[in-house]
Design a protein around this ligand. Structure first.
Ligand code: 13P
Length: 254
């Protein structure tokens, strides 16, 4: 039995007061939904405020990125040690980090190792570009990213993966449930090759890319899909609640 995880990646949105208002608008309803791990990933500056608001609830907190060094002269960066006391999860290798901030598979790998070392659960993002899918390179790209992110990682314990096809992010053009399930099977197969099927079978793998309350069930009813990493829709309280409610309903039938 794998954990079902719905995480809201707020990206570079919300001021601290907006973040607090958003949490207050969702907190009680999310808390009432059982069987789903609910993770909020606000911007760094709101982590403390959001943490206070969800302190005695089952809601979990995640960061959207971090540096791989524990401390030092890296002006403007946030370290694994700083996050370890604040949150449980950290999103790593998001395609926006890879695209706009030059994060390579090697950098993502250093971050994954650093996160695991301090007890954080990394949500490792992988995903292909549209042109890569069209050229038949999806499998090659995905397996390279999975293998790269996990290099020298001793076990898959605490690892979470999010499959986010780049063409589906923020476009309103989600993958189909079947497409996502097929690619996630490839990811699980690659992890099985590296760590054995028993470990690979325990890793929660999320789908991300234009997930809404209206389409989340299509993903969650698939055998290999264990949750969603939600961008835009996680900024609307009612929509995020609907996503978690739908997930709980589908999971109950699975
Ligand atoms: P959207 O849900 O806005 O497409 O974003 C997906 C995403 O990138 C989550 O990390």
């Amino acid at each position: 039995m794998r954990t079902t995880i719905i995480a809201g990646n707020w990206k570079m949105n919300t001021t601290v007061s907006e973040a607090m208002a958003l949490v207050k608008a969702m907190r009680n309803k999310l808390e009432a939904i059982n069987g789903v791990e609910k993770v909020l990933c606000p911007p760094f500056v709101s982590l403390t405020a959001v943490r206070e608001l969800i302190l005695n609830s089952s809601l979990k907190l995640g960061a959207q990125n971090m540096h791989f060094e524990e401390k030092g002269a890296y002006t403007g960066e946030v370290s694994p040690l700083m996050l370890a006391g604040l949150c449980q999860y950290v999103v790593l290798g998001h395609s926006e980090r890879r695209q706009y901030f030059g994060e390579s598979d090697e950098i993502v790998n250093k971050k994954v190792q650093a996160a695991l070392k301090v007890g954080l659960k990394p949500i490792i993002c992988v995903g292909e570009k549209l042109e890569e899918r069209e050229k038949g390179l999806m499998e090659e790209v995905i397996t390279r990213q999975v293998k790269g992110a996990l290099a020298s990682v001793p076990s898959l314990e605490r690892v979470v993966v999010a499959y986010e096809p780049i063409w589906a992010i923020g476009t309103g053009r989600a993958a189909t449930g079947e497409q996502a399930n097929d690619t996630i099977s490839i990811i699980r197969h690659e992890m099985g090759r590296l760590y054995g099927a028993a470990q690979a079978d325990m890793v929660p793998i999320q789908y991300g890319g234009s997930v809404t309350g209206a389409n989340v069930a299509e993903f969650l009813c698939q055998k290999e899909i264990d949750g969603a990493l939600v961008g835009g829709a996680s900024l609307k309280a009612d929509e995020f609640i609907a996503i978690v409610e739908q997930t709980a309903a589908v999971k109950g039938k699975k």
